[in-house]
Design a binder for this molecule. Structure first.
Ligand code: M6R
Length: 362
């Protein structure tokens, strides 16, 4: 089953272009870019009729939800909340019949997510599940299901499931938007080949992982969509290499975390969004002035690269792609960094200590 790969995690990272192809198949018309998720039983008018959207999920799926919030909010102009399922459940959630609860889960068996869904339904909110495993409890309990079609994911660390969740959310937002869905559809069709190109960063990331693997503390920073990617990047490396990693909204650094920056500390900055470039560059300058070594993950072309590369100790250039796809691509070198760091530290990549693939207890 592993084929040429030493671990399932590597196999699943390298399967991502194919997983995304599957996730798009029949949902985006190749010529026109038209998006159609009619298979869910929903329709765009119903999807747009909700006053609010509440995303619930755990772990990596919650990070996909953070991306989804940006996309859905932009598409619908309605408020979108995103909450960790275990907090949602006990937090007296403000959902009702006018709210669509969107539950995201790879396994569809996560106890906290199922409990959140039951609570939402008790309050009258219908549920759309974005789920990978067909026939799972979540798929059965939801009103509508959008399958991510990532195929089986074996490694405890989620990679291709996350990526296809993000693709599903891009599709959902495009479908919900009154205009512009075709343009998004056409961009998404480019994603598999852009992911293939991004995987070409593997040797550079492996080399970087050797340098970083000795660190006991790592910081990841980003703004907007890049902050969501930073959270996912930090979780990935914590989970499988046991390095202590924190992700911060880059603008928050000066509100406390900057005190932890000292000479030799590694900081990874995600900087894919042009509108936020100057601000993130400012944060990179702040940490470098305190002696940190900085890895920047940014655009492969300018604008972007010309400004960021000279400031970075290491620069990981993403392939040229439409800007909305760059945060999707940026997660790939972060998965690879976690993978190679874990190997360099002699960790059990596919079966990290204390963790289970599917968390069926609350
Ligand atoms: O099966 P689910 O997507 O509901 O699982 C949620 C989390 O337990 C899961 O994403 C976890 O955070 C991963 N091990 C992270 O890589």
């Amino acid at each position: 089953e592993l084929g040429p790969y030493p671990h399932f995690m590597a196999k699943e990272i390298f399967e991502q272009p194919q997983a995304v192809r599957q996730a798009l198949a029949g949902r985006v018309e190749p010529g026109s870019g038209r998006v159609d998720l009619g298979e869910t039983g929903l329709d765009p008018a119903t999807l747009r009729s909700f006053q609010r959207y509440a995303i619930v999920a755990c772990g990596t799926a919650w990070h996909a939800g953070l991306v989804g919030r940006h996309l859905l909010q932009r598409a619908t102009g309605r408020p979108v909340s995103v909450e960790v399922a275990s907090e949602f459940r006990y937090g007296d959630p403000m959902v009702d019949a006018g709210t669509l609860t969107v539950a995201i889960s790879q396994s569809g068996e996560t106890a906290d997510t199922l409990a959140a869904v039951r609570e939402a339904r008790r309050r009258g909110s219908p549920v759309l599940a974005i789920v990978n495993v067909e026939g799972s409890s979540l798929s059965r309990e939801a009103d509508w299901v959008l399958y991510t079609r990532a195929g089986p994911e074996v490694a405890v660390a989620s990679t291709k499931a996350y990526l296809t969740q993000v693709v599903a959310l891009h599709l959902l937002a495009a479908w919900a938007a009154p205009t512009g869905a075709e343009a998004t559809g056409l961009q998404l069709l480019q994603l598999p080949s852009r992911l293939e190109a991004t995987l070409g960063l593997d040797p550079a990331v492996q080399e970087l992982a050797r340098e970083l693997a000795g660190s006991e503390h790592l910081f990841y920073v980003g703004r907007g969509l890049d902050y969501a990617v930073a959270l996912e990047a930090a979780l990935k490396i914590k989970e499988i290499s046991y390095v202590h990693a924190e992700a911060y909204a880059a603008g928050e650094l000066k509100h406390g975390t900057l005190a932890l920056i000292e000479p030799g500390r590694w900081v990874v900055a995600l900087a894919t969004q042009r509108a936020l470039l100057a601000k993130t560059a400012g944060n990179v300058a702040e940490v470098r002035a305190r002696g940190a070594q900085v890895v920047v993950v940014g655009p492969g072309a300018s604008p972007g690269r010309a400004e960021l590369e000279p400031m970075a100790d290491r620069y990981l250039p993403l392939p040229e792609a439409p800007e909305p796809l760059l945060p999707v691509l940026a997660v790939v070198p972060m998965q690879l960094l976690a993978y190679h760091a874990a190997r360099a530290r002699g960790c059990d990549v596919d079966r990290p200590r204390n963790l289970a693939k599917s968390v069926t207890v609350e």
